[in-house]
Design a protein around this ligand. Structure first.
Ligand code: DGJ
Length: 727
């Protein structure tokens, strides 16, 4: 049983394979957090909660006869605003009297096998009831009647658990949720580095690390999506932790909208971590009897370093987040038309792409932006999801017939949540985009954002998409999203609900995606947002792959894919070989192979030599598919400013084979360096054909490879495949 309750001392203990998480129902039913860290046998750690709180000006609950007890100093399980804890709170509810003093106390709990779905939200799932166990703890704010259910699920065989929260208004008056974070973890010291992924368009998910310091440090998005700028991922790594050793906590938010991850180091030098929906521009009205469910946070702890944290996330997302046919079935190898043609294509050109690509073994043609309305650039037609017969005479059916005739599958591009002011849809429904009264509607890429909070809007888009998808043999859909949200208002909501728009927008998008995946279960969906602007676990729930970045230069991709690997499995990382870069095709392929591989170029323009390289890559794609999609990922050398190389590898779970990639970013000072491999079985012997080398796993991991003979110029690379052999 991974979840235990000690009745006598009222202590909860949640054990994953690598961690224990312990909290207590304290006097007056306060919920006090006791421990989160390496797995331990003990329960009663109450003494660990004591801190030097009474020395400050902190107020304390009047009835508790404990000189030291202070909400401002004790670690809290789910801290509330305005009643004693002066640190950042997880919950702030403005009640009908107008104040936001909030105070929840334990009432009851239940523990059961399995994991519940979260209403209207993507969430991890258990494949069978015995794979996970859930604790639902009910607490109550007796004054306001807010019933707060804290949800915890432990995944038995991994180091992961999830947390979320449900709030119900059991009073007969309205209340406003001003802040509902999904998880809080109070740690007893501040000896951590905060790791997170920052970026911008074409520079997504760059890893950065900073030591915690007193006060508040945070990352957030208020752009309406999880964003290019900050990914909803944070790790707190003990200062002595490294890639392969040491205590690391990883947090990832299963949500695609505005989020915040905040870390506060307080006057006792303890650390509070919080993650949830960004409370800026958020306020949710709960009428009597209504309830609200917050998205979930995935929490991973491992004592075995940053690399192991990543592998726990990867396995979990491959097994318990990604769904549907394409979770396990081999995905077709695609070629996308965007960088080959942009808006300038017709049926013949697309068919020529398909024909040339087919000759090299590619399996699917994806027609990107520009096939609908009268779209020849990005100034118009979003929302008019009917084919442009001037470009595609005979319509989609004729194009798809010709593509299929070649033996190729066919994919299509959509940007369902957007509307161009120059479109039939906008002319018919000018109030269907997000907007606020009397203010100009800001444009991004010449487009507005549809009001996805509205059922009529979602129905219209679904019906338009459904008509195309039902009447044509379409195997794949790229779902794009190309601007941030501004003027976040809805024409249908009353004033007191306007600050619900950002979250309702995300819920609306999820509902549309849910409808689509249910109606077309065989469709392979690839998410995208101007590259990787919405690369989050919420989107992974609906689409098993996400376009990683519009930057297809392999040397720059190293940094992006390296950062992405912190918590996202390579199976989901859309990575294509394109024509647009200074680096040769071998390295382009070697880097893209560590992802959901494909092409983004005009195959008519390839030389014979390049075509031969592509043919080899296609063969490698099939040979390495299981390794790159389901193998364990090991980072060997980070592409930072002071390294000249980057290296990583995929190792089969049974350690029978492995694929390592090493890339020279710029000419190193010395060509001599030992590349120590990771993840192999020390007792197995491996053969690498590319190096014609037979050696033990122990030697490969400890002595390493000597790659002095490798060409050491910028953009050179090697893909080294190792196979275990009988001695
Ligand atoms: C942004 C995407 O990232 C590109 O791959 C492409 O689909 C364009 N949008 C099309 O507008």
């Amino acid at each position: 049983m991974p979840i235990f309750f000690d009745e006598k001392n009222k202590i909860f203990k949640l054990d994953t394979a690598t961690s224990s998480y312990i909290f207590q129902v304290y006097d007056e039913n306060y919920l006090i957090h006791l421990y989160y860290g390496a797995r331990i046998p003990d329960f009663d750690l109450t003494d660990l909660a004591y801190r030097d709180g009474s020395a400050s000006f902190s107020a304390a609950p009047a009835h508790i006869d404990d000189y030291y007890f202070s909400l401002d100093a004790f670690p809290q399980e789910y801290p509330c605003n305005g009643t004693g804890d002066m640190r950042l709170s997880a919950l702030a509810i403005r009640n009908a009297d107008g104040n936001a003093a909030t105070d929840i106390r334990y009432v009851s709990h239940r523990i059961y096998d399995g994991k519940p779905a979260l209403e209207g939200l993507p969430a991890l799932y258990a494949n069978s009831p015995d794979e996970a166990q859930t604790l639902e703890l009910e607490a109550l704010d007796a004054v306001t009647g807010a019933k707060v259910t804290l949800l915890y699920t432990v995944f038995n065989n991994t180091g992961a658990m999830t947390r979320s929260v449900r709030i119900e208004n059991t009073s007969d008056r309205p209340m406003d949720l001003q802040r509902v974070y999904s998880a809080c973890v109070d740690l007893p010291d501040m000896d951590y580095n905060m790791m997170h992924l920052y970026g911008k368009w074409v520079k997504e998910r760059t890893l950065t690390t900073r030591p915690l310091s007193h006060g508040i440090q945070s990352i957030a998005s208020k752009r309406g999506s999880s964003s290019h700028q900050h990914n909803p991922f944070v790790a707190l790594a003990k200062k002595d932790a490294s890639e392969d050793h040491g205590d690391v906590y990883g947090f990832n938010f299963v949500y695609s909208g505005n989020f915040a991850a905040e870390v506060e180091v307080d006057f006792n030098s303890t650390t509070r971590f919080l993650m949830g929906i960004n409370s800026t521009d958020f306020c949710w009205r709960l009428e009597a009897g209504e309830h609200f469910t917050a998205p979930e946070v995935v929490m991973v702890f491992t004592p075995d370093g940053i690399g192991e944290m990543s592998r726990i996330f990867h396995r979990l997302y491959n097994n318990n987040l990604i769904r549907g046919r394409w979770k396990t079935e081999k995905r077709p190898l695609l070629i996308n038309s965007w960088e080959a043609a942009y808006f300038d294509f017709d049926t013949d050109k697309l068919v020529s792409f398909a024909a040339r690509a087919k000759e090299m073994g590619v399996e699917m043609l994806v027609m990107d932006d520009g096939w609908f309305g009268c779209r020849n650039d990005d100034t118009n037609s979003l929302g008019d999801w009917f084919v442009n017969e001037k470009k595609l005479p005979g319509g989609l059916s004729e194009l798809i017939r010709r593509v299929n005739e070649l033996g190729m599958k066919f994919g299509i591009w959509y940007e369902p949540e957007m509307i161009s002011p120059d479109s039939d849809l906008y002319r018919a429904h000018p109030d269907w985009c997000l907007h606020v009264p009397d203010r100009a509607r800001s444009l991004g890429h010449h487009q507005c954002v549809l009001d996805m909070t509205r059922q009529d809007v979602r129905d219209n888009i679904f019906e338009q998409m459904s008509a195309v998808l039902s009447n044509n043999k379409i195997d794949y859909l790229k779902w794009d999203f190309n601007r941030n949200i501004t003027e976040a208002g809805s024409a249908l909501l009353p004033p007191e609900r306007q600050q619900e728009v950002f979250h309702r927008f995300v819920l609306g998008t999820y509902e549309l995606m849910d409808r689509l995946t249910k109606a077309f279960p065989d469709l392979l969906i690839e998410n995208c947002s101007g590259g990787g602007g919405r690369f989050d676990p919420g989107m992974l729930y609906f689409s098993p792959q996400i376009w990683c970045s519009d930057n297809t230069d392999p040397l720059e991709r190293l940094t992006i894919q390296f950062g992405t690997s912190m918590c996202y499995p390579t199976s989901c990382v859309g990575a294509h070989v394109s024509a647009n870069s200074r680096t040769g095709y071998v390295t382009k392929g070697n880097v893209a192979m560590s992802g959901s591989f494909g092409y983004e170029l005009d195959p008519n323009k390839l030389t014979d030599e390049e075509k031969a390289i592509v043919r080899k890559q296609v063969a490698d794609y099939h040979k390495y598919y299981n390794l790159t999609h389901f193998g364990d990922f090991y980072r060997l050398i980070a592409p930072t400013d002071n390294t000249f190389r980057c290296a990583w590898g995929h190792v089969a779970p049974d350690k029978s084979e492995a694929l390592f990639t090493v890339v020279i970013i710029r000419c190193p000072e010395s060509s001599a360096f030992p590349l120590r491999l990771k993840g192999l079985d020390p007792n197995k012997t491996y053969y690498c054909e590319a190096l014609d080398l037979t050696r033990s796993g122990a030697a490969l991991m400890n002595a390493g490879l000597n790659l002095t003979k490798m060409k050491q110029t910028d953009g050179e690379s090697l893909a080294l495949y190792f196979k275990a052999v009988e001695e």
